[in-house]
Design a protein around this ligand. Structure first.
Ligand code: FE2
Ligand code: FE2
Length: 499
C-alpha cells in the first residue's frame, strides 16, 4: 500500500515537472515567433502591417511548421533525456542557441550569401554545451527550422530555389561533420582548424549537386566555394567567441572551462594551496586517481579530475581541524567527540556552498557535497563510546546526500583509498588491494552506491585501477647505500644512518 502511495506521489511529481517544462518550452517558442516577426518587419519596413495582413496564411504555415519542429524536439528530450526537460535553464539554453544561431545565419544569408551561413556553429555549440548525441539530432531540427524560415519569408509567391536546397544541405553536412570533427578537439586552435577541414565535405557536396545545372559556371562554383569556406571558418570563430558567454550565463561545463578550473591559478585552488596545503596535496593525488578510474570505466576524465580538485574545499573554513593540515597541535584533543564530528562532517556542506558562491558548475559542487555520502566518522564515534559508553551513530555520520553520479562514486572511493594507503606503512600491492577491497565493500554494505548507477563490474575495474595507481604513487623509495666520498672520490664512510 505504502509503495503504491509512493509510486502515485512520484507520478504526480513527474506530471507536475513535465507540465512546467511544457510551459517553459511554449514560452521559449514565443521568442522564436518574435524572431520571425522581426525578420518579416526587417524585410519590408515600409509596409509590414499591410504585408502581414496579406500573407497571413503563409505566416500561419510557418509558425505551425516551427511549432511542429519544437514539438519533435520536446518529444526527443522526453524519450532520450527527461532530466533535460526538468531543468528550465537547459530549455532556455537550447532556445537561446537556436535564436542566436538563427539570427547569425539569417544575417549572413541576407547580407553575404546563403552559402556563407555559419550553420556548423549551432552544432558545435550544442556539442560542447549539451553533448554529442543531442548535437547531432538538434542540428537536423535547426536546419529544418531555417529551411522553413527561408521557405515562408523569402519569396512570395512561394518557390523552392536551388539555393534553399543547397543551404539546407550545407547545414546538414557541415553540422554533422562539425560534431564528429570537433568532438575530439581540446584546443582553440584545433577548433579553428576544424572549421577549415569542415569546408571540404560541404564544398564537395554542393559541387556535385550543381554539376547537372547548365547555368552554373566555374565562376559560380568558385564563388560558392569561397563563401562555404568563409561560413565554416566563421562557424569556428563565432563558436570560440560565443562559447564563454554561454558557459558563464548557463554555468555549463565544457572542456575549455574544465581546463580553466583545473589550472593551478584558479582562485579557489590558490586559496587551498596557501591556506590548507595538506588538503591541496591530497586533492591533487585524488585527482590523479579519479582521472585514471574515470578513463577505466569510460567516464569523463576531465570532469573527474576537476571534481577531485575541489572535493575538499569545504576544509578551507577550518583547515587546522583536518589531519593533513595539522602539525604538532591537534585541536580535537580539546573538543568533545560530538563537536569534532560536527566540524569534520560540515566540510561537505561548506564545500558545496563555497563552490556555489564562486559560481563553479553545479556538478562539481554536488560531488563536494556527496563524496562522503552518509558514512559514519568512525574515529570520533569510537572516541565517544570510549568516553561515554554509548553514542548515537547519527550524530557521527555525514549528512549526505549519497553519490548521485558515477563521478561522485569514483571520488568517494579514490578519496578514502588515498587517505588509507597514505596512513599505512605497508604499501605493497597485496596490502593496497586489501585496503581498496575493504573500502568498496564497506560502502556497498552501507548502501552508499544505491542512488547512482555504478555497476559491480565498474567497481571492480575501479578497485583494480586504484591498486595499480596507488602502488605506483606510494611505492617504496629505493634504499640508497649510505656511502660518503672524500675529495679523491674514495669511499670513506659506510655506516647505516638515515638517508
Ligand atoms: Fe572530504
Ligand atoms: Fe578528501
Amino acid at each position: 500500500m505504502k509503495q503504491k502511495i509512493a509510486a502515485k506521489k512520484r507520478e504526480k511529481g513527474e506530471g507536475g515537472k513535465l507540465a512546467k517544462s511544457g510551459a517553459v518550452f511554449l514560452a521559449c517558442f514565443l521568442l522564436i515567433v518574435l524572431f520571425v516577426l522581426l525578420i518579416l518587419i526587417m524585410d519590408r519596413p515600409a509596409d509590414w502591417t499591410h504585408f502581414l495582413a496579406e500573407h497571413y496564411d503563409e505566416e500561419i504555415a510557418l509558425l505551425l511548421s516551427l511549432l511542429f519542429l519544437c514539438t519533435i524536439a520536446y518529444f526527443y528530450f522526453f524519450y532520450e533525456d527527461r532530466e533535460f526537460l526538468y531543468r528550465p535553464s537547459s530549455i532556455f539554453l537550447f532556445f537561446s542557441l537556436i535564436i542566436v544561431s538563427a539570427v547569425l545565419c539569417y544575417v549572413f544569408g541576407r547580407y553575404v550569401s546563403v552559402y556563407a551561413r555559419p550553420y556548423a556553429m549551432f552544432a558545435v555549440l550544442c556539442l560542447f554545451l549539451l553533448g554529442r548525441k543531442h548535437a547531432l539530432f538538434l542540428n537536423f531540427i535547426f536546419v529544418f527550422m531555417m529551411f522553413s524560415v527561408d521557405l515562408f519569408t523569402r519569396d512570395f509567391p512561394m518557390t523552392i530555389s536551388i539555393e534553399m536546397y543547397s543551404s539546407m544541405l550545407i547545414g546538414f553536412v557541415s553540422g554533422t561533420f562539425a560534431v564528429f570533427f570537433a568532438n575530439r578537439t581540446h584546443t582553440r586552435l584545433g577548433l579553428l582548424l576544424t572549421g577549415v577541414f569542415l569546408s571540404v565535405p560541404t564544398v564537395l557536396i554542393i559541387f556535385f549537386l550543381q554539376i547537372p545545372n547548365p547555368d552554373y559556371g566555374w565562376i559560380d562554383h568558385l564563388t560558392s566555394t569561397g563563401f562555404q569556406i568563409l561560413g565554416c571558418v566563421a562557424s569556428a570563430v563565432l563558436t570560440l567567441a560565443l562559447l564563454p558567454f554561454f558557459e558563464f550565463v548557463f554555468n555549463r561545463l565544457t572542456v575549455y572551462r574544465l581546463r580553466e578550473l583545473t589550472s593551478t591559478n584558479a582562485a579557489l585552488l590558490v586559496r587551498l594551496r596557501d591556506e590548507a596545503n595538506g588538503t591541496f596535496t591530497h586533492s591533487l593525488t585524488v585527482a590523479q586517481l579519479a582521472e585514471s578510474c574515470a578513463v577505466a570505466i569510460g567516464e569523463n576524465a576531465e570532469l573527474a579530475r576537476a571534481a577531485a580538485y575541489y572535493h575538499d574545499v569545504g576544509k578551507l573554513k577550518q583547515p587546522d581541524c583536518f589531519t593533513e593540515n595539522q602539525k604538532d597541535y591537534n585541536l580535537h584533543d580539546e573538543l568533545t567527540p560530538e563537536l569534532s564530528a560536527d566540524i569534520i562532517r560540515s566540510h561537505t556542506k561548506d564545500g558545496y556552498e563555497l563552490l556555489v558562491q564562486n559560481h563553479l558548475p553545479k556538478v562539481i559542487a554536488d560531488v563536494a557535497r556527496e563524496h562522503h555520502g552518509t558514512l559514519p566518522i568512525k574515529f570520533f564515534y569510537d572516541k565517544a563510546i570510549r568516553l561515554a559508553g554509548e553514542a548515537d551513530i547519527k550524530d557521527f555520520s555525514y549528512l549526505g546526500p549519497l553519490p548521485q553520479t558515477k563521478i561522485s562514486a569514483i571520488i568517494m572511493v579514490a578519496d578514502a583509498a588515498e587517505a588509507a594507503v597514505r596512513a599505512s606503512s605497508d604499501r605493497s600491492p597485496e596490502r593496497v588491494e586489501k585496503v581498496c577491497r575493504s573500502i568498496i565493500e564497506e560502502r556497498m554494505n552501507l548502501n552508499q552506491f544505491d542512488e547512482c548507477d555504478i555497476t559491480m563490474k565498474e567497481l571492480t575495474v575501479i578497485k583494480r585501477t586504484l591498486v595499480e595507481a596507488l602502488s605506483g604513487v606510494h611505492h617504496h623509495r629505493v634504499e640508497y647505500p649510505n656511502i660518503q666520498f672524500n675529495r679523491d672520490r674514495e669511499a670513506v664512510k659506510t655506516e647505516d644512518t638515515d638517508g
